[in-house]
Design a protein around this ligand. Structure first.
Ligand code: PLP
Length: 384
Protein backbone atom coordinates (compact mmCIF):
# COMPACT_ATOMS: atom_id res chain seq x y z
CA UNK A 1 0.00 0.00 0.00
CA UNK A 2 1.39 3.33 -1.04
CA UNK A 3 0.50 5.93 1.52
CA UNK A 4 -0.69 9.40 0.63
CA UNK A 5 2.81 10.76 1.11
CA UNK A 6 3.80 8.47 -1.75
CA UNK A 7 6.10 6.22 0.23
CA UNK A 8 6.13 2.45 -0.08
CA UNK A 9 4.93 1.17 3.25
CA UNK A 10 6.27 -2.38 3.71
CA UNK A 11 5.91 -2.50 7.47
CA UNK A 12 2.44 -3.92 7.97
CA UNK A 13 3.54 -6.18 10.81
CA UNK A 14 4.40 -3.07 12.83
CA UNK A 15 1.04 -1.49 12.20
CA UNK A 16 -1.54 -1.10 9.47
CA UNK A 17 -3.01 2.01 7.87
CA UNK A 18 -6.66 2.48 8.84
CA UNK A 19 -9.17 0.40 6.91
CA UNK A 20 -11.24 2.43 4.41
CA UNK A 21 -14.39 1.69 6.40
CA UNK A 22 -12.76 3.07 9.57
CA UNK A 23 -11.69 6.24 7.73
CA UNK A 24 -15.25 6.70 6.47
CA UNK A 25 -16.62 6.15 9.97
CA UNK A 26 -14.26 8.76 11.39
CA UNK A 27 -15.03 11.21 8.57
CA UNK A 28 -18.77 10.96 9.32
CA UNK A 29 -18.04 12.28 12.80
CA UNK A 30 -21.05 10.64 14.45
CA UNK A 31 -19.35 9.18 17.47
CA UNK A 32 -20.71 7.44 20.50
CA UNK A 33 -19.27 9.23 23.48
CA UNK A 34 -21.19 8.06 26.52
CA UNK A 35 -19.89 5.70 29.16
CA UNK A 36 -21.16 2.19 28.31
CA UNK A 37 -21.80 1.58 32.02
CA UNK A 38 -24.17 4.58 32.28
CA UNK A 39 -27.82 3.72 32.62
CA UNK A 40 -29.14 6.54 30.40
CA UNK A 41 -30.00 6.18 26.71
CA UNK A 42 -26.65 7.44 25.42
CA UNK A 43 -24.86 4.98 27.67
CA UNK A 44 -27.05 2.19 26.34
CA UNK A 45 -26.13 3.14 22.76
CA UNK A 46 -22.44 2.82 23.62
CA UNK A 47 -23.10 -0.51 25.35
CA UNK A 48 -25.09 -1.73 22.33
CA UNK A 49 -22.17 -0.93 20.03
CA UNK A 50 -19.83 -3.04 22.12
CA UNK A 51 -22.36 -5.86 22.28
CA UNK A 52 -22.86 -5.75 18.50
CA UNK A 53 -19.10 -5.96 18.02
CA UNK A 54 -18.89 -8.88 20.45
CA UNK A 55 -21.69 -10.70 18.59
CA UNK A 56 -19.82 -10.13 15.35
CA UNK A 57 -16.53 -11.42 16.78
CA UNK A 58 -18.10 -14.56 18.26
CA UNK A 59 -19.70 -15.22 14.86
CA UNK A 60 -16.60 -14.47 12.79
CA UNK A 61 -14.37 -16.74 14.85
CA UNK A 62 -17.12 -19.30 15.40
CA UNK A 63 -16.69 -19.43 19.18
CA UNK A 64 -19.58 -19.65 21.55
CA UNK A 65 -20.39 -17.12 24.23
CA UNK A 66 -21.10 -20.04 26.53
CA UNK A 67 -17.52 -21.31 26.27
CA UNK A 68 -15.49 -18.11 25.93
CA UNK A 69 -15.49 -14.70 27.58
CA UNK A 70 -14.50 -11.85 25.30
CA UNK A 71 -12.45 -8.97 26.72
CA UNK A 72 -11.38 -5.71 25.18
CA UNK A 73 -7.95 -4.42 26.09
CA UNK A 74 -5.75 -1.55 25.04
CA UNK A 75 -3.96 -4.07 22.82
CA UNK A 76 -2.05 -7.31 22.86
CA UNK A 77 0.70 -6.15 25.22
CA UNK A 78 -1.83 -5.46 27.96
CA UNK A 79 -3.74 -8.65 27.24
CA UNK A 80 -0.64 -10.85 27.36
CA UNK A 81 0.56 -9.18 30.58
CA UNK A 82 -2.90 -9.68 32.09
CA UNK A 83 -3.05 -13.36 31.21
CA UNK A 84 0.49 -14.28 32.27
CA UNK A 85 0.43 -12.31 35.52
CA UNK A 86 -3.23 -13.15 36.15
CA UNK A 87 -2.22 -16.83 36.02
CA UNK A 88 0.77 -16.23 38.35
CA UNK A 89 -1.49 -14.43 40.84
CA UNK A 90 -3.69 -17.52 41.12
CA UNK A 91 -0.96 -20.14 41.52
CA UNK A 92 2.04 -20.29 43.79
CA UNK A 93 4.73 -22.10 41.79
CA UNK A 94 2.96 -22.17 38.45
CA UNK A 95 4.94 -22.62 35.23
CA UNK A 96 4.94 -20.22 32.29
CA UNK A 97 6.40 -21.48 28.99
CA UNK A 98 7.24 -19.39 25.96
CA UNK A 99 9.45 -19.47 22.87
CA UNK A 100 12.47 -17.26 22.25
CA UNK A 101 10.78 -16.20 19.01
CA UNK A 102 7.72 -14.79 20.82
CA UNK A 103 7.07 -11.04 20.92
CA UNK A 104 8.76 -8.97 23.63
CA UNK A 105 5.32 -8.59 25.26
CA UNK A 106 5.70 -12.29 26.10
CA UNK A 107 9.47 -12.59 26.57
CA UNK A 108 9.79 -9.62 28.88
CA UNK A 109 7.45 -11.06 31.52
CA UNK A 110 10.13 -13.27 33.04
CA UNK A 111 11.44 -11.01 35.80
CA UNK A 112 8.03 -9.99 37.10
CA UNK A 113 6.56 -13.49 36.88
CA UNK A 114 9.46 -14.84 38.90
CA UNK A 115 8.77 -12.23 41.57
CA UNK A 116 5.28 -13.75 41.74
CA UNK A 117 6.88 -17.19 42.31
CA UNK A 118 6.02 -18.38 38.84
CA UNK A 119 8.71 -20.44 37.12
CA UNK A 120 9.48 -19.30 33.60
CA UNK A 121 10.81 -21.65 30.92
CA UNK A 122 11.98 -20.82 27.41
CA UNK A 123 11.13 -23.52 24.87
CA UNK A 124 13.51 -24.23 21.97
CA UNK A 125 12.76 -23.36 18.35
CA UNK A 126 14.42 -24.86 15.31
CA UNK A 127 16.49 -22.79 12.90
CA UNK A 128 13.51 -22.33 10.56
CA UNK A 129 11.32 -20.94 13.35
CA UNK A 130 9.26 -24.12 13.77
CA UNK A 131 9.35 -26.40 16.81
CA UNK A 132 9.76 -30.10 17.44
CA UNK A 133 6.49 -31.24 19.02
CA UNK A 134 7.97 -34.17 20.94
CA UNK A 135 10.72 -32.01 22.49
CA UNK A 136 8.21 -29.34 23.50
CA UNK A 137 5.87 -31.91 25.03
CA UNK A 138 8.74 -33.49 26.94
CA UNK A 139 9.93 -30.11 28.29
CA UNK A 140 6.44 -29.16 29.44
CA UNK A 141 5.74 -32.54 31.00
CA UNK A 142 9.06 -32.43 32.85
CA UNK A 143 7.65 -29.71 35.13
CA UNK A 144 5.06 -30.31 37.79
CA UNK A 145 2.30 -27.95 38.85
CA UNK A 146 -0.04 -25.70 36.82
CA UNK A 147 1.19 -24.74 33.37
CA UNK A 148 0.48 -21.92 30.94
CA UNK A 149 2.08 -22.01 27.48
CA UNK A 150 2.25 -19.12 25.03
CA UNK A 151 2.32 -19.91 21.32
CA UNK A 152 2.65 -17.27 18.64
CA UNK A 153 0.49 -18.40 15.75
CA UNK A 154 2.27 -16.27 13.14
CA UNK A 155 5.65 -14.81 13.99
CA UNK A 156 5.85 -11.04 13.60
CA UNK A 157 9.49 -11.04 12.47
CA UNK A 158 9.80 -14.12 10.29
CA UNK A 159 6.23 -15.07 9.39
CA UNK A 160 6.89 -18.62 10.67
CA UNK A 161 3.61 -20.32 11.58
CA UNK A 162 3.04 -22.47 14.66
CA UNK A 163 -0.05 -24.25 13.40
CA UNK A 164 -3.12 -24.59 15.60
CA UNK A 165 -3.21 -28.33 14.83
CA UNK A 166 0.27 -28.73 16.24
CA UNK A 167 -0.55 -26.54 19.27
CA UNK A 168 -3.63 -28.68 19.83
CA UNK A 169 -1.49 -31.83 19.96
CA UNK A 170 0.74 -30.17 22.57
CA UNK A 171 -2.38 -29.26 24.54
CA UNK A 172 -3.65 -32.85 24.43
CA UNK A 173 -0.30 -34.31 25.45
CA UNK A 174 0.38 -31.92 28.32
CA UNK A 175 -2.98 -30.64 29.58
CA UNK A 176 -1.41 -27.17 29.84
CA UNK A 177 -3.43 -23.98 29.52
CA UNK A 178 -2.70 -22.52 26.09
CA UNK A 179 -2.61 -18.87 25.11
CA UNK A 180 -2.36 -18.18 21.39
CA UNK A 181 -0.88 -14.84 20.39
CA UNK A 182 -2.93 -14.47 17.22
CA UNK A 183 -1.93 -10.84 16.59
CA UNK A 184 -0.21 -11.47 13.24
CA UNK A 185 -2.71 -13.98 11.88
CA UNK A 186 -5.45 -11.66 10.59
CA UNK A 187 -5.11 -11.19 6.83
CA UNK A 188 -1.68 -12.83 6.86
CA UNK A 189 -2.51 -16.54 6.59
CA UNK A 190 -5.21 -18.60 4.91
CA UNK A 191 -8.10 -19.42 7.25
CA UNK A 192 -7.06 -16.84 9.85
CA UNK A 193 -10.59 -16.86 11.26
CA UNK A 194 -10.74 -20.64 11.84
CA UNK A 195 -9.96 -21.16 15.52
CA UNK A 196 -9.99 -24.34 17.61
CA UNK A 197 -12.32 -24.12 20.58
CA UNK A 198 -10.20 -26.72 22.42
CA UNK A 199 -7.45 -24.12 22.91
CA UNK A 200 -7.91 -21.79 25.86
CA UNK A 201 -7.30 -18.23 24.73
CA UNK A 202 -6.60 -16.08 21.69
CA UNK A 203 -5.37 -12.48 21.63
CA UNK A 204 -5.74 -9.90 18.83
CA UNK A 205 -4.71 -6.30 18.32
CA UNK A 206 -6.80 -3.98 16.14
CA UNK A 207 -4.04 -1.74 14.83
CA UNK A 208 -2.51 -4.70 13.02
CA UNK A 209 -5.53 -4.97 10.74
CA UNK A 210 -6.80 -1.43 10.24
CA UNK A 211 -8.76 -0.42 13.33
CA UNK A 212 -7.84 2.44 15.65
CA UNK A 213 -4.79 1.93 17.83
CA UNK A 214 -4.92 0.91 21.48
CA UNK A 215 -7.79 -1.47 21.14
CA UNK A 216 -7.61 -5.25 21.03
CA UNK A 217 -9.44 -8.27 22.30
CA UNK A 218 -8.97 -11.69 23.84
CA UNK A 219 -11.14 -14.78 23.89
CA UNK A 220 -10.68 -16.49 27.23
CA UNK A 221 -12.18 -19.89 27.99
CA UNK A 222 -14.76 -19.85 30.76
CA UNK A 223 -13.44 -20.93 34.14
CA UNK A 224 -9.74 -20.41 33.42
CA UNK A 225 -7.76 -19.63 36.54
CA UNK A 226 -6.78 -16.07 35.62
CA UNK A 227 -7.10 -13.30 38.21
CA UNK A 228 -7.61 -9.72 37.10
CA UNK A 229 -4.57 -7.49 37.49
CA UNK A 230 -6.46 -4.32 36.50
CA UNK A 231 -8.72 -3.54 39.44
CA UNK A 232 -11.29 -0.77 39.53
CA UNK A 233 -14.96 -0.38 38.64
CA UNK A 234 -15.43 -4.05 37.77
CA UNK A 235 -16.21 -3.64 34.07
CA UNK A 236 -15.91 -6.64 31.73
CA UNK A 237 -16.80 -9.27 34.34
CA UNK A 238 -14.32 -7.65 36.74
CA UNK A 239 -11.47 -8.99 34.65
CA UNK A 240 -10.50 -5.70 33.04
CA UNK A 241 -11.77 -2.68 34.88
CA UNK A 242 -11.84 0.72 33.20
CA UNK A 243 -14.34 2.53 30.98
CA UNK A 244 -14.58 0.66 27.68
CA UNK A 245 -13.52 2.34 24.44
CA UNK A 246 -16.80 1.85 22.57
CA UNK A 247 -15.73 3.83 19.51
CA UNK A 248 -12.40 1.97 19.25
CA UNK A 249 -14.15 -1.36 19.76
CA UNK A 250 -16.54 -0.54 16.92
CA UNK A 251 -13.59 0.05 14.57
CA UNK A 252 -12.47 -3.55 15.23
CA UNK A 253 -15.69 -4.76 13.68
CA UNK A 254 -15.50 -2.33 10.75
CA UNK A 255 -11.92 -3.30 9.89
CA UNK A 256 -12.63 -7.02 10.17
CA UNK A 257 -15.75 -6.85 8.00
CA UNK A 258 -13.66 -5.14 5.32
CA UNK A 259 -10.80 -7.62 5.72
CA UNK A 260 -13.14 -10.61 5.47
CA UNK A 261 -14.59 -9.22 2.25
CA UNK A 262 -11.35 -8.14 0.56
CA UNK A 263 -8.72 -10.65 1.70
CA UNK A 264 -7.71 -13.23 -0.83
CA UNK A 265 -5.00 -15.63 0.32
CA UNK A 266 -4.11 -16.85 -3.19
CA UNK A 267 -3.64 -13.32 -4.54
CA UNK A 268 -1.41 -12.29 -1.65
CA UNK A 269 0.62 -15.50 -1.82
CA UNK A 270 1.25 -15.08 -5.56
CA UNK A 271 2.42 -11.49 -5.09
CA UNK A 272 4.67 -12.33 -2.15
CA UNK A 273 6.17 -15.33 -3.93
CA UNK A 274 6.88 -13.28 -7.06
CA UNK A 275 8.62 -10.61 -4.97
CA UNK A 276 10.54 -13.20 -2.96
CA UNK A 277 11.73 -14.94 -6.13
CA UNK A 278 13.19 -11.69 -7.44
CA UNK A 279 14.82 -11.05 -4.07
CA UNK A 280 16.33 -14.56 -3.91
CA UNK A 281 17.83 -14.13 -7.38
CA UNK A 282 19.24 -10.71 -6.46
CA UNK A 283 20.88 -11.78 -3.18
CA UNK A 284 22.08 -15.22 -4.32
CA UNK A 285 25.41 -15.99 -2.62
CA UNK A 286 25.26 -12.67 -0.76
CA UNK A 287 22.40 -13.28 1.59
CA UNK A 288 19.50 -15.54 2.54
CA UNK A 289 15.82 -15.57 3.40
CA UNK A 290 15.25 -16.11 7.13
CA UNK A 291 13.27 -19.32 7.72
CA UNK A 292 13.35 -19.66 3.92
CA UNK A 293 13.27 -23.46 4.12
CA UNK A 294 10.13 -23.40 6.26
CA UNK A 295 7.13 -24.23 4.04
CA UNK A 296 4.80 -23.02 6.77
CA UNK A 297 5.20 -19.25 6.61
CA UNK A 298 2.70 -16.40 6.49
CA UNK A 299 1.60 -14.78 3.25
CA UNK A 300 2.85 -11.26 3.80
CA UNK A 301 6.27 -11.42 5.45
CA UNK A 302 9.77 -11.74 3.98
CA UNK A 303 12.72 -11.46 6.33
CA UNK A 304 16.13 -11.55 4.68
CA UNK A 305 19.76 -11.18 5.64
CA UNK A 306 22.40 -9.51 3.54
CA UNK A 307 25.79 -10.80 4.70
CA UNK A 308 28.22 -8.03 5.62
CA UNK A 309 25.54 -5.32 5.62
CA UNK A 310 24.19 -4.06 8.91
CA UNK A 311 20.42 -3.87 8.79
CA UNK A 312 20.46 -0.28 10.09
CA UNK A 313 22.58 0.81 7.11
CA UNK A 314 20.26 -0.75 4.54
CA UNK A 315 17.19 0.43 6.47
CA UNK A 316 18.44 4.03 6.39
CA UNK A 317 19.12 3.86 2.65
CA UNK A 318 15.65 2.42 2.02
CA UNK A 319 14.12 5.08 4.23
CA UNK A 320 15.84 7.83 2.25
CA UNK A 321 14.59 6.12 -0.89
CA UNK A 322 10.98 6.33 0.33
CA UNK A 323 10.56 2.73 1.51
CA UNK A 324 9.43 1.89 5.04
CA UNK A 325 10.69 -1.44 6.35
CA UNK A 326 11.72 -2.83 9.72
CA UNK A 327 14.81 -4.39 11.26
CA UNK A 328 14.49 -6.84 14.13
CA UNK A 329 17.57 -5.45 15.81
CA UNK A 330 17.03 -2.78 18.41
CA UNK A 331 19.10 0.34 18.85
CA UNK A 332 19.75 0.91 22.53
CA UNK A 333 22.00 3.73 23.77
CA UNK A 334 23.84 4.01 20.48
CA UNK A 335 24.64 0.31 20.17
CA UNK A 336 22.72 -1.95 17.80
CA UNK A 337 21.48 -5.08 19.56
CA UNK A 338 20.90 -8.22 17.51
CA UNK A 339 17.36 -9.49 16.96
CA UNK A 340 16.58 -11.80 19.92
CA UNK A 341 14.21 -13.71 17.65
CA UNK A 342 16.98 -14.62 15.19
CA UNK A 343 19.40 -15.36 18.01
CA UNK A 344 16.93 -17.86 19.47
CA UNK A 345 16.70 -19.51 16.03
CA UNK A 346 20.47 -20.06 16.16
CA UNK A 347 21.64 -17.22 13.90
CA UNK A 348 24.98 -15.66 14.82
CA UNK A 349 25.10 -12.22 16.41
CA UNK A 350 26.46 -10.66 13.21
CA UNK A 351 23.71 -12.18 11.05
CA UNK A 352 21.08 -11.23 13.62
CA UNK A 353 22.13 -7.61 13.14
CA UNK A 354 21.70 -7.88 9.38
CA UNK A 355 18.05 -8.86 9.01
CA UNK A 356 15.50 -6.78 7.15
CA UNK A 357 11.78 -7.48 7.41
CA UNK A 358 9.38 -6.63 4.62
CA UNK A 359 5.71 -7.05 5.50
CA UNK A 360 3.08 -6.39 2.87
CA UNK A 361 -0.50 -5.17 3.06
CA UNK A 362 -3.12 -7.86 2.60
CA UNK A 363 -4.18 -6.21 -0.66
CA UNK A 364 -0.71 -6.50 -2.22
CA UNK A 365 -1.20 -8.16 -5.62
CA UNK A 366 0.84 -9.45 -8.57
CA UNK A 367 0.21 -6.39 -10.71
CA UNK A 368 2.05 -4.26 -8.11
CA UNK A 369 5.13 -6.48 -7.84
CA UNK A 370 7.08 -4.93 -10.73
CA UNK A 371 6.64 -1.40 -9.39
CA UNK A 372 7.51 -2.36 -5.81
CA UNK A 373 10.50 -4.39 -6.93
CA UNK A 374 11.81 -1.61 -9.12
CA UNK A 375 11.71 0.90 -6.22
CA UNK A 376 13.19 -1.61 -3.80
CA UNK A 377 15.92 -3.09 -6.00
CA UNK A 378 17.15 0.37 -7.00
CA UNK A 379 18.32 0.82 -3.39
CA UNK A 380 19.21 -2.82 -2.69
CA UNK A 381 21.52 -3.06 -5.71
CA UNK A 382 23.86 -0.48 -4.15
CA UNK A 383 24.66 -3.05 -1.42
CA UNK A 384 25.14 -6.12 -3.63
N1 PLP B 1 2.30 -9.98 19.73
C1 PLP B 1 2.74 -9.90 18.46
C2 PLP B 1 3.01 -11.17 17.69
C3 PLP B 1 2.93 -8.65 17.87
O1 PLP B 1 3.37 -8.57 16.61
C4 PLP B 1 2.66 -7.49 18.63
C5 PLP B 1 2.89 -6.15 18.07
O2 PLP B 1 3.90 -5.89 17.44
C6 PLP B 1 2.20 -7.62 19.95
C7 PLP B 1 2.04 -8.89 20.47
C8 PLP B 1 1.87 -6.42 20.80
O3 PLP B 1 0.74 -5.81 20.28
P1 PLP B 1 0.22 -4.36 20.74
O4 PLP B 1 0.92 -3.39 19.87
O5 PLP B 1 -1.24 -4.39 20.47
O6 PLP B 1 0.50 -4.19 22.18
Amino acid sequence: VKLTNNRYYLDLNATSPLADSVKEYLARGEFVFANPSSVHSEGKIAKRLIMDTSDYLYGLFNLSEKDFKLFYYSGATEAINSIAKGFAFVYEMGNFFYFGTDHSAVRNQKEQLEKLNCMVHELPVLSDGSFDESIIIEKINAQSGPKLVNFTWVNNETGAIHSLESILRVKKATGAIIHVDAVQSVGKIKDWEKLHSALDSYTYSGHKFGSLKNVGFTFLKEGLPIQSIIRGGGQQFGLRSGTENAMGVCTLMLALIEMKEMFNAETLLKAKEAFELKLCEAIKGKGEIVAGTNPNRGLNTINFILYDTKSQTLATALDLGGIDISTGSACASGAVKPSPVLISMGYSEILSKSAIRLSFHYRFCESEVAEYWSAFSRILSRFL
